[in-house]
Design a binder for this molecule. Structure first.
Ligand SMILES: NC(=O)c1ccc[n+]([C@@H]2O[C@H](COP(=O)([O-])OP(=O)(O)OC[C@H]3O[C@@H](n4cnc5c(N)ncnc54)[C@H](OP(=O)(O)O)[C@@H]3O)[C@@H](O)[C@H]2O)c1
Length: 312
């Protein structure tokens, strides 16, 4: 077994395209320790065991964290810092922030009372990166999984997800009330809006931390993952069993194919300037709406306030 010399932190490695990416990383990068963030210690140990067994690479460890709790994000960041301080793990050279959720309403909340989609897809990433920012090695790479739904047009969302509607971090973090809040449309709009937020976050991170490379990666449409698990039984069935018929077409990818591309986004030679958008690995512009320095700054300040950290 090769002794690892680098640590790559990853969320969302337990299933879906992240699981495929984690397996690819372990198969291709034996020089790297994969530190997976999984909710629950037992689940973490199980995921780490399964990944090691499937890949034949035991360089994988788990850190317990439910990203739907900012207190747990803090505990996880402290655990990673302690492991680094005590040289229990090699230097931190990357973070693959792949975890994400799509809800069928905007009424579900995180442990902190924030709307769940915004809380998990944006705030948890923000806080984890903020708390570890000083621990990344120079030249480290952070890839956050975004979504082309942030464009809001049919070409990118195939009519499956409504266009984003940016109303600012404090308002987006408020769980919805009223009849519209209970609808799938509201839940999916929150999803595309959260992924627009991911674009803003990546741009602002690139500006504020020039020694680290930040990228947003979109896998395109990847049916067959657990992403639709909050949807109705019919929609879950369609996403799991019908839409995978599109895997053979350019419209969609399998979790396996998407995972291999996601892993490559972490390991391929530097693809572009920090802040770039990788569409299935190709460097392309993100939506026109996603380039907005005022909103990027607004998100940064709002997220700092919501997460209880200094603006910095
Ligand atoms: N599938 C698509 O068509 C598609 C398209 C564009 C972008 N994406 C993005 O791709 C990423 C992966 O999604 P997927 O499609 O592979 O869905 P998935 O199968 O549901 O995987 C989601 C991953 O996120 C983790 N996660 C969710 N909530 C969490 C929490 N509170 N704490 C810790 N981990 C949490 C899940 O862990 P558990 O196993 O513990 O639930 C799982 O590992 C997401 O960011 C998603 O938005 C997907």
């Amino acid at each position: 077994m090769t002794e690892p010399t680098k640590t790559l932190l990853m969320t969302g490695a337990s299933r879906g395209l992240g699981r495929a990416a984690a397996e690819r990383l372990l198969r291709d990068r034996p020089d790297q320790l994969l530190l997976v963030v999984v909710r629950g210690e037992e689940a973490g140990r199980r995921v780490a065991r399964e990944l090691a067994a499937r890949t034949g690479n035991a360089n994988v460890r788990a850190v317990s964290c439910d990203l739907g709790s900012l207190a747990e994000v803090r505990v996880a960041a402290d655990a990673v810092r302690k492991l680094l301080d005590e040289r229990e793990i090699p230097p931190l050279t990357g973070f693959l922030a792949n975890a994400g959720v799509q809800m069928a309403s905007v009424t579900k909340t995180t442990a902190d009372g924030f709307e769940a989609t915004f809380g998990i897809n944006v705030l948890a990433n923000y806080l984890l990166i903020r708390l570890l920012a000083d621990r990344f090695e120079p030249g480290a790479r952070v890839v956050v999984t975004g979504s082309e739904s942030h464009f809001g047009d049919f070409r990118h969302n195939l009519g499956l997800v409504p266009a984003p509607h940016w109303t600012g971090p404090r308002s987006l973090a408020e769980p919805g009330s009223g009849p519209d809040a209970e609808t799938v449309t509201a839940g999916r709009r929150a999803y595309s809006t959260s992924k627009l937020g991911v674009q803003y976050l990546v741009h602002e991170l690139a500006r504020r931390f020039p020694k680290i490379d930040f990228y947003a990666f979109t896998p395109g449409l990847v049916p067959g993952t657990g992403l639709a698990r909050d949807a109705s039984a019919i929609q879950r069935f369609g996403f799991r069993f019908l839409l995978p018929l599109l895997w053979a077409t350019p419209i969609a990818s399998s979790p396996q194919t998407a995972g291999v591309r996601l892993a490559a986004a972490m390991t391929a030679p530097r693809p572009a300037e920090s802040g770039a958008y990788l569409d299935r690995g190709r460097v392309v512009p993100s939506s026109a709406e996603s380039y907005n320095e005022a909103r990027e700054e607004e998100l940064w300040r709002g997220a700092a306030e919501l997460c209880g950290v200094p603006v910095g």
